[in-house]
Design a protein around this ligand. Structure first.
Ligand SMILES: C[S@@+](CC[C@H](N)C(=O)[O-])C[C@H]1O[C@@H](n2cnc3c(N)ncnc32)[C@H](O)[C@@H]1O
Length: 329
């Protein structure tokens, strides 16, 4: 009896210390559950850490963008300050009588202050064309800093209703949309066209041309569609000095020519460039050559007069006469 009691208390003691087999199974289950949960939480933690790392990378990239944009803003502020400072030292106020004898002297002093390629002799040649043309509607494709447009606008500004359209996107990507030469394209990829545009706008204001010059900040193809939509609009003089890529130069001449009034003038720049030859030859074949100037291997330009459209009456008479002779034959 005593031995039995001892065995009983021994087994309950063992149960208490080590648990029953059933309890052991429960403990095992709980342990593996906890282990599974721990693995799951670790995986979740690793996932969250990856998201945090990605978010930190995005934040860093955005901070970098903000820094870059701040640098651009600082640069532009510096340009504006420089332009304002320039205004105080430059004397760009155009003479009141801009068609007078003092205009060439004024342009000769002004030209070195403008960005671009137009030489003084070309600027004065353009002034001469504008002064002698009939009409008031002028356009320029490819304005850059206004070195050729501003002299034309000065010559035109005293005519009632004079309007000079500045067609220029000031966009690096548009400038290299069609290839010219590797060196030329690289230059156009890098030049700060925003700075050039600011200089142009500032010069237009300084020269008192704000009421005459109208900005069309578009590539020439898009600007052409806008002018075509203004049915019947015709330029009296159009200066084509945009992209010098072969295809675009030809398009700018071929597709814009119908927008020049009959008897109007189309001026083409760089007629000596190999890539501009097709455009020049198209004008030679379809217009009357007013004059072609080769200053040197880098500077050349030509002016071409569009032929008057056949008069409707003449056309009709001739057509009727032809039809009549065909019927009688
Ligand atoms: C040679 S620069 C003009 C120079 C200016 N006429 C002068 O005499 O100083 C050519 C200009 O054409 C612009 N251009 C390039 N592709 C163009 C396009 N598809 N439409 C209009 N302008 C374009 C360029 O941005 C550039 O400012």
């Amino acid at each position: 009896m005593a031995a039995f009691k001892r065995d009983m208390s021994m087994s309950s003691l063992m149960d208490r210390v080590f648990g029953s087999e059933a309890d052991n199974a429960v403990v095992k289950d709980c342990t593996s559950l906890l282990e599974q949960q721990a693995v799951m939480y670790q995986a979740m933690l690793a996932g969250h850490e990856a998201v945090i790392r990605e978010t930190q990378a995005v934040v860093r990239a955005r901070e970098e963008t903000v820094r870059e944009r701040e640098a651009v803003v600082r640069e532009r502020e510096a340009v504006i300050d420089a332009l304002r400072a320039g205004q105080n030292t430059r004397s760009l106020i155009a003479p009141a009588d801009s068609t007078g004898a003092d205009l060439p002297a004024y342009i000769s002093a002004l030209l070195p202050q403008l960005e671009g390629w137009c030489t003084l002799s070309k600027a004065l040649w353009l002034v001469e064309l504008v002064s002698n043309m009939s009409g008031t509607r002028i356009g320029e494709i490819g304005v850059y800093g206004g070195k050729s447009l501003i002299p034309m606008a000065l010559a035109a500004r005293n005519r009632p209703g004079a309007m000079v359209y500045a067609i220029e996107p000031w966009s690096n990507s548009v400038a290299v949309e069609q290839a010219t030469s590797a060196e030329n394209d690289q230059w156009w990829r890098e030049v700060d066209l925003n700075k050039i545009k600011l200089g142009f706008v500032s010069a237009v204001m300084d020269c008192g041309l704000a009421g005459v010059v109208k900005l069309i900040e578009l590539p020439s193809d898009e600007a052409r569609c806008a002018f075509q939509a203004m049915r019947g609009y015709r330029f009296d003089l159009l200066h084509v000095d945009g992209s010098h890529a072969e295809g675009q130069a030809l398009t700018d001449v071929k597709d814009w020519l119908p927008l020049v009034a009959p008897g109007g003038i189309l001026v083409l720049d760089d007629i000596g460039w190999e890539t501009v030859t097709k455009a020049r030859d198209y004008l030679r074949a379809t217009c009357d050559v007013i004059g072609e100037v080769i200053e040197d291997k880098n500077v050349s330009y030509g002016a071409y007069r569009t032929r008057p459209a056949p008069r409707a009456q003449e056309f009709k008479t001739e057509t009727w006469a032809n039809m009549l002779s065909e019927v009688l034959a």
